[in-house]
Design a protein around this ligand. Structure first.
Ligand SMILES: Cc1cc2nc3c(=O)[nH]c(=O)nc-3n(C[C@H](O)[C@H](O)[C@H](O)COP(=O)(O)OP(=O)(O)OC[C@H]3O[C@@H](n4cnc5c(N)ncnc54)[C@H](O)[C@@H]3O)c2cc1C
Length: 405
């Protein structure tokens, strides 16, 4: 067992850390206050290779392993959750899904420009009336000749008003929809440019304010057969596969948020005095800081283990769920305590911990709520749930071909 990061990993961690500190940190406060997504960040992320991290060089990516995706997620969320969300939806939920389930046409036509950062992608499963209960979606895909007509509305979609490509889930078998039989669901690639597609931004959000979150509607959008991802009827399995990779980035990102809370709290505890001493000298303040450290270290080991399993090409649904559940709940605890350590100053926007507090909550809700992950973990233990092999699986990381194109 080796707990050291490789030189390549350290280099990646360092370069993302330096870029985010230099380019994003100075303006994140204003972006957040103005509720503004800054599109200029995307080409910079592309230049760093972040939009193609973990995608093989053969398809325009950096050819790095899955641990690299986790490291990048952790570093991005250390600065702001909105940055990590880009990686989650673009790489975790969308590109890695196309890599595994997509056709050669889709890999050339969609994955390659995404990995190169020329096109931005996201994931559309949630609807106004269905989140955790994915079988409750109402979007339908009606077959017409060599295409499908998609109609429905997707809600709470990250980058809805920014992305070019959308991985969309719809019922293609209406009989199975009535029975809620998931084998009636199909996954599609929808382009923003397709006729009948419209999107908007949700303005009432109170967290991740520098990120774009919105909705899109499809009114008989014509999607050609060649844009069906996997086979018709595999949509539900594909959605669950995508979530395995998305949750992994959320786990690593929330770990970065815990670290950000820890570092801000340590700094403040040494600056502020109360009762004649630095507040860090008070035992109850130490307790909060110590909890942040144990949460950070444990969360990091959990996501690293999930990433290691992915590198081996082994199924990691269970471990990824545990990592995501633990890290997001820990980040909520850390952010609450970071505000507490800062006292009234934590209650103002002058310090970043208020933003951390608003940002952490989303991840306790999306990509499987806290409750859904609790149920999953209990069900694995009780023998009520087991992972069966699927037709396609994440390929192991192969260092010998990784950088070749
Ligand atoms: C900032 C943000 C970004 C998002 N980005 C995306 C995106 O890019 N793409 C996308 O498709 N979706 C996205 N989502 C949607 C997200 O995935 C859903 O919000 C999530 O799946 C929960 O669904 P819901 O909000 O409908 O809550 P519900 O499913 O209605 O749940 C409400 C409450 O009931 C509980 N509950 C539900 N079922 C059970 C059960 N069986 N047992 C116990 N408790 C239960 C839940 O845990 C929760 O506490 C995003 C959400 C947010 C907040």
């Amino acid at each position: 067992m080796n707990f050291d990061l490789s030189e390549e990993h350290q280099l990646l961690e360092q370069s993302v850390r330096e870029w985010a500190a230099r380019e994003v940190s100075p303006k994140i406060h204003d972006l957040d206050r103005q509720h503004r997504f800054d599109p200029a960040i995307l080409p910079q992320m592309a230049d760093l290779g972040l939009l193609g991290v973990s995608v093989p060089a053969e398809y325009g990516g950096t050819g790095t392993d899955y641990i690299s995706l986790g490291l990048a997620s952790e570093e991005l969320e250390y600065v702001d959750t909105s940055l990590r969300v880009i990686l989650s939806v673009h790489v975790g939920l969308n590109s890695l899904t196309l890599l595994v389930w997509g056709s050669e046409f889709q890999k050339e036509h969609y994955l390659r420009p995404q990995a190169q950062g020329r096109k931005i992608a996201t994931f559309g499963l949630t609807e106004p009336a269905a989140g955790s209960d994915a079988r409750g979606i109402q979007t339908v895909a009606v077959k017409k000749g060599d295409r499908y007509l998609l109609s429905g509305e997707k809600m709470w979609i990250s980058l809805a008003d920014v992305a070019d490509h959308f991985l969309v889930f719809a019922w293609s078998d209406l009989e199975k929809k009535k029975r809620r039989d998931p084998s009636g669901m199909t996954a599609f690639i929808v382009e923003r440019a397709f006729k009948g597609f419209t999107s908007g931004t949700l303005g009432e959000k109170w967290g991740i304010l520098a990120g774009n979150t919105g909705f899109f509607t499809m009114n008989e959008v014509e999607v050609p057969d060649e844009n069906v991802v996997g086979r018709p009827g595999e949509g539900f399995k594909i959605a669950m596969f995508a979530l395995d990779q998305g949750r992994y980035t959320v786990a690593a990102g929330a770990t970065g948020l815990v670290r950000a809370c820890r570092d801000a709290s340590v700094k403040y505890a040494k600056e502020r005095t109360a009762f004649g001493v630095e507040i860090g000298r008070h035992q109850l303040v130490k307790e909060m800081i110590a909890q942040m450290e144990s949460d950070y270290q444990a969360a990091r080991l959990l996501w690293l283990r999930a990433g290691w399993l992915k590198n081996q090409g082994r199924r990691s649904t269970r471990e990824t769920s545990l990592a995501k559940w633990f890290a997001t709940v820990a980040s909520e605890r850390a952010a609450g305590d970071a505000v507490q350590v800062h006292g009234a100053n934590g209650f103002s926007d002058e310090y970043p911990v208020g933003r951390f507090y608003r940002n952490c909550k989303g991840a306790v809700i999306y990509e499987g709520t806290r409750e859904i992950h609790k149920l999953m973990q209990a069900d694995y233990l009780l023998g009520y749930r087991e992972d069966r092999p699927t037709r396609c699986a994440l390929p192991p990381f192969d260092a010998s071909v990784a950088g070749r194109d």
